[in-house]
Design a protein. Structure first.
Length: 341
């Protein structure tokens, strides 16, 4: 097949997206596909450029500054999509973007207009999952337990009365824990809101749930083996996610078969509640009494060597090239009547 892999872009997760996209492109070539790699900020990448970039991986240990991201926008995302091969030239687009317009439904809507099949969830589902406030409301309607939360603005007194301390303050529409702060004292709440607003116009304040960090990958209709993340830091932040040695991931997680079945079922409910499609990763906290709290859904989870979905797939006996191939095949399946792409 002729496959276009979109990566990079101008979101604060640009570097992670580059690492994911380059690895996906290489894996799909190993499966015999003709692959065009496109950085949506700059255009098509030559094979020489891709080879050089693969040596660097994720290029920053901390999120890049917004000013530098703005400089990357040499052309708009819409202009990039207009330059993509049309239907009949590209069999499918593999979306390796993270955050921003790559994950919020914008690129998905543009590809729908072009009539080009693409991997992952459709524009509505992508937008719902990216908006943590809306997704948590849908989780609760579907019977998926999720931590209590408030949306900023909120006074210190309101936060403490409703949620207590500690709390997590984070952008409502971001990923990779960009702009996230664990707040333990009242005097830290407002500065954390200011920090989160650097990355989004909406800020969520969420009750912190102590316990074990677990994750469930969904591939098609199947829940992959449950994973546990044990970070060096108190929370699984950007540095722990993308720096080797800063977190230990255990697949499968050391939990009982009954707990495994329960959290996988919760993950499936969350997947369906947001009308997700293809694949996703659902993140949880497991409390001391063995119950699960769903934190969020990731519609375009990382595909780097340190990322969780590839590790979950490996635990199920699925190699990385096979994982990429299955994701492509899911994108080409006929849409179920009534399903939102």
């Amino acid at each position: 097949m002729d496959i276009t892999v979109l990566m990079g872009g101008t979101s604060s997760e640009r570097d992670v997206s580059m690492a994911s996209g380059l690895r996906v492109a290489e894996a799909l070539r190993l499966k015999g596909h003709s692959v065009t790699a496109v950085d949506t900020a700059f255009g098509i990448l030559s094979e020489e450029e891709q080879g050089a970039m693969r040596q660097t991986g994720v290029m920053r240990a901390l999120p890049p500054e917004q000013e530098s991201l703005d400089q990357l926008a040499s052309e708009t995302l819409a202009a990039t999509v207009r330059k993509l091969p049309g239907h009949g030239e590209a069999d499918v687009v593999f979306i390796g973007l993270h955050g921003g317009q790559g994950e919020d439904g914008t690129i998905q809507a543009l590809l729908d207009l072009r009539g080009v099949p693409y991997t992952g969830s459709g524009h509505l589902a992508s937008a719902l999952a990216m908006d943590k406030d809306l997704s948590k409301r849908l989780f609760r309607d579907a019977g998926v337990t999720t931590p209590d939360w408030l949306m900023a603005p909120a006074t210190d007194e309101e936060v403490i009365a409703v949620l207590g301390l500690p709390v997590i303050v984070k952008p409502s529409k971001q990923g990779s824990t960009v702009g996230l702060t664990l707040v333990k004292a009242a005097g830290q709440i407002q500065p954390a809101i200011v920090e989160a607003r650097r990355y989004d116009d909406e800020v969520m304040i969420e009750r912190y749930i102590p316990g074990r960090e677990l994750t469930v990958g969904i591939l098609g209709e199947d829940a992959l083996p449950v994973g546990e993340i044990i970070p060096v830091h108190e929370i699984y932040d950007y540095e722990c996610k993308y720096t080797a040695g800063m977190a230990r991931e255990v697949f499968p997680a050391e939990i009982t078969p009954e707990q495994t079945a329960a959290i996988q079922e919760q993950a499936r409910w969350a997947f369906r509640a947001l009308k997700l499609r293809g694949y996703a990763r659902i993140d949880f906290r497991m409390t001391g009494d063995g119950t699960f709290q769903c934190l969020e859904a990731n519609t375009l989870p990382g595909m780097t060597e340190l990322s969780l979905i590839p590790q979950a797939a490996a635990a199920a006996g699925i190699t990385f090239p096979e994982l990429c191939e299955r994701i492509v095949q899911l994108a080409l399946q006929p849409q179920v009547p009534g399903e939102t792409r």
